[in-house]
Every structure is written in structure tokens, then in C-alpha cells.
Design a protein around this ligand. Structure first.
Ligand SMILES: [Zn+2]
Length: 155
């Protein structure tokens, strides 16, 4: 792995989990002197914050690349920490699903607005609800997984 690949890996990692101090410092130093990695990090950050802001004018390639990386990272963690694999898999899938379905859902919402004349605010709330469902399912899965573990230990 060369230093650019290492930088890419760390950039992805810091969006999913926290980095060790050593890695953080190394990445900061690399980004300060490497324009292409800094630009790549910026892209990833932008695409993630665009998702959070529900800005749908995100290039699809960026979305799928980000999704892919998150999924890869989840796979990696799964290998290392079997106990967390379920939560990670659910989180990655729900997130990927949210990203990939958003444009269609938004078009549907728009169509609904035109067809029914419903207030825009109501439609936006409906859309936001759609987006919050997968993370809610993931959180529920994480919690019920934990509870099952505790129940097993209690027996
Ligand atoms: Zn670099």
C-alpha cells in the first residue's frame, strides 16, 4: 500500500469510525502536502454532508463510490469483530438503500405534490421520514441485538 492508498483508507475510515491519534496526525500531514488526496477527502466530506442536508444534486458516481467504501469498511470490520458484524451490515445496507432510492422517492414526492396539491412542507416531512426509517431500523436492530446478547449472558 502506498501513502496515497493509505490516505484514502484513513479518509474513509474517519467517516465511519474514529482514527487513532497516530493515524490522524499522519493523515493531516499527508493532506497538507498532497493535493489529490486532499481533494478526494473534500469530495467525500461534501457528499456526506450533502446527504445530511438532503441536497439531491449529488453526482450519482460520488454516491455509489461512497456507498461502496462504506460497505467495504463494514466488510473489513466484520472480519475483525464478529460481534459487531450484524450492526455494521444493517447500517451499511440501510444507508446504501437510503442513498440509492432517494432520487426516486423525491420524484415520487414531487409527483404526489402536483397530483394532490399537498403543501410542500408536508411533502418534505414525508420525504425526511422515508430517510429516517432505515437508520431507525438499524438502531432497532442494534438494540435488539444487544438485548439478545444480554439475555444470553443472563441465562
Ligand atoms: Zn496522496
Amino acid at each position: 500500500m502506498n501513502e496515497h492508498q493509505r490516505a484514502q483508507k484513513l479518509i474513509t475510515q474517519q467517516n465511519v469510525e474514529s482514527l487513532s491519534t497516530e493515524n490522524q496526525q499522519w493523515l493531516k500531514a499527508h493532506l497538507a502536502e498532497c493535493e489529490s488526496c486532499a481533494a478526494e477527502g473534500q469530495h467525500l466530506r461534501e457528499s456526506l454532508s450533502a446527504l445530511r442536508a438532503m441536497n439531491l444534486e449529488m453526482p450519482p458516481s460520488l454516491a455509489s463510490r461512497t456507498q461502496f467504501r462504506v460497505r467495504m469498511r463494514a466488510e473489513e470490520l466484520r472480519g475483525k469483530e464478529p460481534a459487531r458484524k450484524f450492526v455494521w451490515a444493517i447500517a451499511a445496507i440501510s444507508w446504501a438503500l437510503g442513498v440509492s432510492t432517494a432520487p426516486w422517492v423525491w420524484h415520487g414526492v414531487e409527483w404526489l405534490g402536483q397530483a394532490t396539491g399537498a403543501p410542500k412542507l408536508l411533502l418534505q416531512a414525508g420525504f425526511a421520514l422515508w430517510w429516517s426509517v432505515p437508520p431507525m431500523i438499524a438502531a432497532w436492530a442494534a438494540l435488539s441485538g444487544k438485548r439478545a446478547e444480554q439475555a444470553e449472558q443472563a441465562e
